[in-house]
Design a binder for this molecule. Structure first.
Ligand code: CTP
Ligand code: CA
Length: 225
């Protein structure tokens, strides 16, 4: 049956999925993070495994329950996530960067708790590595899927990111749609490749979105199994 074939579109494929928001430490008791719940990445990992893939899930800060029965590696910072991805990179066939990677981190991580003083203080931030961009510029056979959260000019910004990061598909979050995005159980995305819009996925469960996104990705992956 058709459904059954669809189920196994990723059999024999090794897939890395990143999820959640990275944690960038300030001191032993304080950090910077973001609102990512990890739900979209977790849904992708679960569905990829259902579609036959061997999945390695790399998760930073999340508020959701991780899918069971999937290889899970917990990380904190963007640097940790980058190192974890690189360890699996050579052997993998696809990377889906659903994580909300912090663009900046504190220049210094204090080894002891920063004490309150009378004066104001300034937190200096330095730029983090762009994991997806780095992978995009060293990829060989790997298929790369990125995400983009946009509030305007969806198509232009999404395709700009896709080109800059040299990824194969980008799923742009339509953050103007209510009940979707950070923390929600549903999502709505527009999928783009270099040529423009590939598919518009209206509001539905993150698992349904994951299934549609992965079906498109599977159909475009190279290599013979
Ligand atoms: N990403 C990454 N490493 C970073 C920042 C982002 O790998 N340091 C990845 C995200 O996981 C996502 C994609 O790049 O798949 C786009 O992230 P996004 O934050 O939308 O784009 P940025 O390039 O960071 O641009 P901006 O935040 O300014 O929109
Ligand atoms: Ca960003």
């Amino acid at each position: 049956e058709d459904d059954n074939e669809n189920e196994m579109l990723l059999s024999g494929r090794k897939v890395i999925v990143t999820a959640g928001g990275t944690i960038e430490r300030i001191d032993p008791v304080r950090y910077i993070t973001n609102d990512s719940s990890g739900k979209m990445g977790f849904a992708i990992a679960k569905v990829a495994q259902e579609m036959g893939a061997e999945v390695h899930l790399i998760a930073a800060n999340t508020s959701a329950e991780p899918p069971s029965g999937i290889s899970l590696e917990r990380v904190q910072s963007a640097e940790d996530m980058y190192a974890a991805v690189l360890r699996q990179w050579e052997a993998c066939d696809m990377v889906v960067m659903a994580a909300a990677v912090a663009d900046y981190r504190p220049r210094e991580v204090a080894q002891t708790k920063i004490k309150k003083k009378d004066n104001d203080i300034t937190l200096e931030l330095v730029k983090n590595v762009d994991i997806l961009e780095s992978l995009g510029h060293s990829k060989k056979h790997q298929f790369l899927v990125g995400f983009a959260a946009e509030t305007e000019n969806m198509e232009t910004y999404a395709i700009d990111k896709l080109e800059r990061k040299n990824c194969d598909l980008i799923a742009a979050n339509d953050v103007t749609v209510e009940g979707t995005g950070f923390g929600a159980d549903d999502n709505a995305v527009q999928i783009y490749d270099r040529g423009g819009m590939v598919e518009r996925i209206p509001v539905q469960s993150k698992e349904e979105v994951a299934r549609k996104l992965l079906t498109i990705a599977a159909g475009r992956m190279g290599g013979v199994l």
